[in-house]
Design a protein around this ligand. Sequence first.
Ligand code: ADP
Length: 273
Amino acid sequence: KSSISPLRRINKVINSYALARQKEIETLQKNAEFRREFIADISHELKTPIFATQGYIHTLLDGAIDDKHVRMKFLKRAAKSLDSLDVLVQDLLTLNQMESGVIKFTFTQFDLKDLIIEVIDQLEHKASKRDVEIIFEHEENTPYITSADRQKIYRVCQNLIFNAVKYNNNKGQVKVTLKASKSSIQVDIKDDGQGIPPEDLKRIFERFYRVEKSRNKKEGGTGLGLAIVKHILEGHKSKISVSSTVGKGSIFSFSLPLVKPVVIESKEAIQKS
Ligand code: ADP
């Protein structure tokens, strides 16, 4: 039999109920604060391309439209601002769907080496415009078969390699390396660019967080890329890690499982046995 008196037992129940309610209220307050911050961030980010587009269009309406040369220049700039607005909205939707768990992951088996070759091919033009060289290191005859959502891992590699190009110096180098161990494949994306200060390093995976120095640079994107990368890798039970030295460069790494190719015995071998 319990030695606690009925009164103490009731008190205990009341206390634990009060504690649970208190926690619930704190969670709700945190959520409300998070939402407020998020809306403030989004509004701020949306304002930039909207203001720019407005500026170009109003200048055109105020008379610049009569000059053929200026007209083309401003229309092109307005179109570019709208394109970046589109990318921002797309990224926000993706992130929102990921955070609310709506996005489904479709796992298939594919060779990670082929995927990275595709990503590098796609980014080659942007890299050469910045005079950045992309090097890909992997074993020639090793299959790097993994089981993952190919489209989403494409996005991860695209974001990381593009960042390594964007935040690099002129004539810089990006080195992508694949290392297969017994059960996993590690992907390293190394650049010799500006690097990230230690106080920023722990925050770069937050949505909209940008290192102050890069904030003003025109190559800065939506500030959502690394948040998306983190979520996609979490969906694969993997993690992104980073090490960086200011003035020297950064290395971003993640791993995916290595799937052993199924050995299909030849007909001859089967008949012999
Ligand atoms: P963005 O769209 O601004 O590139 P990301 O979420 O991809 O946003 O990255 C967040 C911030 O982290 C960037 O704005 C940049 O300041 C910093 N960063 C990301 N990758 C690198 C890198 N390879 N070298 C230096 N800084 C980087």
